[in-house]
Ligand binder design. Structure first.
Ligand code: ADE
Length: 230
């Protein structure tokens, strides 16, 4: 998969793409990341990328020209899926991460402004928000998207690190996990996990998942119940 990022702060991505699973996915040619500083495309004398809003009002508005020229300089941009990250988008979900992991080419636009010139939106397919809070810019949101998409691309994570049992895959939060030691400061690993009885272990895990989801995410629990016949 090829991912192009339009940003005013390409340096913010350097650590993200050089560590851990992202770095491995890039090294193994499963993902290609291209960073574009759209300020470089500004035709204004001082490389400005924003301007005052027509009609007045507070704050600056991101101009369409540098974004358009940067976008259209990208190889294959016409056929790519083009996404803006912004608090005004549809909320990003695990199901979307799976859907996007099948794409060959994604372009993500990160803004740093209160307002975008509305005409920028015409060149993108849709907007995505990572949650009901406002960040200073779209870069962290873009990294969240890229991380969650990359880890579900086939072969990015091994079977041992499998994402099949992740929270949200079946509208349930994950069950608790334990590893050695068997006892730590008087806290014991539940007996059921120690006896190798897989049916009982799976029942215990499902029960824990259900109880946790019902308590912490009643919205997800309701969905689970609806999809599993009450
Ligand atoms: N930019 C600023 N806040 C954001 C959010 N919540 N999601 C996506 N992009 C953003």
């Amino acid at each position: 998969m090829r991912i192009d990022i339009l940003t005013l702060f390409p340096e913010m991505f350097k650590g993200f793409i050089s560590e851990s699973i992202m770095a491995r996915a890039i090294k193994n040619n499963l993902v290609e990341i291209h960073l574009h500083d759209f300020r470089e495309f500004s035709e204004s004398k001082h490389k400005k990328v924003d301007d005052y809003p027509y009609g007045g009002g507070a704050g600056m508005v991101l101009s369409v020209q540098p974004v358009y020229d940067c976008l259209t300089s990208i190889d294959g941009y016409e056929d790519a899926l083009k996404i803006i990250v912004s608090p005004q988008g549809e909320t990003f979900k695990q199901s979307k991460a799976y859907e996007l992991s099948n794409k060959d080419h994604i372009i993500i636009m990160c803004g740093h402004y209160e307002g975008y010139d509305e005409r920028i939106r015409d060149y993108f397919d849709y907007e995505v928000s990572i949650g009901d809070y406002v960040l200073t810019g779209g870069e962290l949101a873009a990294m969240v998207l890229i991380d969650s998409i990359t880890r579900v691309i086939p072969d990015v994570i091994s079977k041992d690190e499998s994402h099949i049992n992740d929270s949200f895959n079946n509208n349930l939060l994950e069950h608790p996990h334990y590893t050695r030691p068997r006892e730590f400061k008087g806290k014991e690993v539940p007996e059921v996990l120690l006896n190798g009885h897989h049916k009982r272990i799976n029942e215990w895990r499902l029960d824990k998942s259900l109880k946790k989801t019902k308590k912490i995410r009643p919205d997800l629990y309701k969905k689970y119940k609806e999809e599993n016949n009450g």
